[in-house]
Design a protein around this ligand. Structure first.
Ligand code: ZN
Length: 261
């Protein structure tokens, strides 16, 4: 019998999971055991002692399973599972969007042993694309800057974020985004940590920064509302799985309200 592996099978942006309360992907010797037609597969790591595979399929879900949007798992799955599912989604999504060469339009083919597609006409190699973004928690004494984008769920506030532009250092991105989105200057930009973000293929690179100067003046195209919040009056925050929340929780920990007063 073949070793049992976890199959992270995607149909478009949707992951195959059991149709039940907790989120589980099938454990099987191969996708044929699940009656899945596989158009692409790639081994992506290990979870709980089992190999994990990213799979692209266009099959109907097997009995008892459904295809579900990865975003809907954001609450309530563990981080290792979410990261593996996100990795699978990015790889399958990359494969699905690189069937033809961006330079000459020729059909591409997979390169053996490498996560790459080669153009059969001009030879150009196509690799998975990553889009780095800076995400920044700005502190001003005992307050932090939180803001809402028009697309956020109702009532939710978070820290600011923006994509790195060609030719920028990540520090340039931090300064530009904060200036463009809310009109203030920052200093002491310090690395916090990073998180792969599979919607569709970002790497969120987190920083803390201190307020330096300027008045808050949100750009209405990007920011619906922005303000300074203490740990005592925080609005609705992003879920625990996100680096945004990890940064906010870290600030809260460092600024615990003095319970004796
Ligand atoms: Zn080409």
């Amino acid at each position: 019998m073949a070793d049992q592996a976890f199959w992270f099978a995607f149909e478009g942006d949707k992951l195959l999971v059991f149709d039940e309360g907790s989120v589980r992907v099938p454990l099987a010797g191969g996708p044929e055991e699940l009656d899945l037609d596989v158009t692409f597969r790639w081994e992506i790591g290990d979870l709980d002692g089992h190999a994990c595979w990213a799979v692209e399929t266009d099959s109907e879900p097997p009995e008892g399973m459904v295809f579900r949007d990865l975003r809907s798992f954001f609450f309530g799955v563990d981080e290792d599972f979410f990261r593996m599912a996100g990795r699978a989604k990015q790889i399958v999504g990359w494969h699905a969007t690189h069937r033809f060469c961006g330079r000459c339009g020729g059909p591409t083919e997979p390169v053996s042993g490498e996560l790459a597609m080669r153009c059969t006409r001009c030879g150009m190699m196509h690799y998975p694309r990553l889009s780095p973004a800076a995400i920044v928690l700005v502190e001003k004494g005992d307050r932090i800057l939180l803001a809402r984008s028009p697309g956020f769920p109702k009532g939710l506030y978070s820290v600011l974020a923006g994509f790195v532009e060609p030719g920028e250092s990540i520090e340039d991105t931090v300064a530009r985004e904060i200036e463009e989105e809310v009109g203030i200057g920052v200093r002491n930009v310090t690395y916090f940590g990073s998180q792969p973000w599979p919607f569709p293929h970002s790497l969120m690179i987190g920083f803390t920064a201190e307020y330096e100067d300027g008045e808050l003046s949100p750009d209405p195209d990007e920011i619906e509302d922005a303000g300074w919040y203490t740990t005592r009056n925080l609005p609705q925050l992003p879920p625990k799985t996100s680096i945004a929340r990890a940064m906010i929780d870290d600030f809260v920990k460092r600024n615990e309200p003095d319970v004796t007063t």
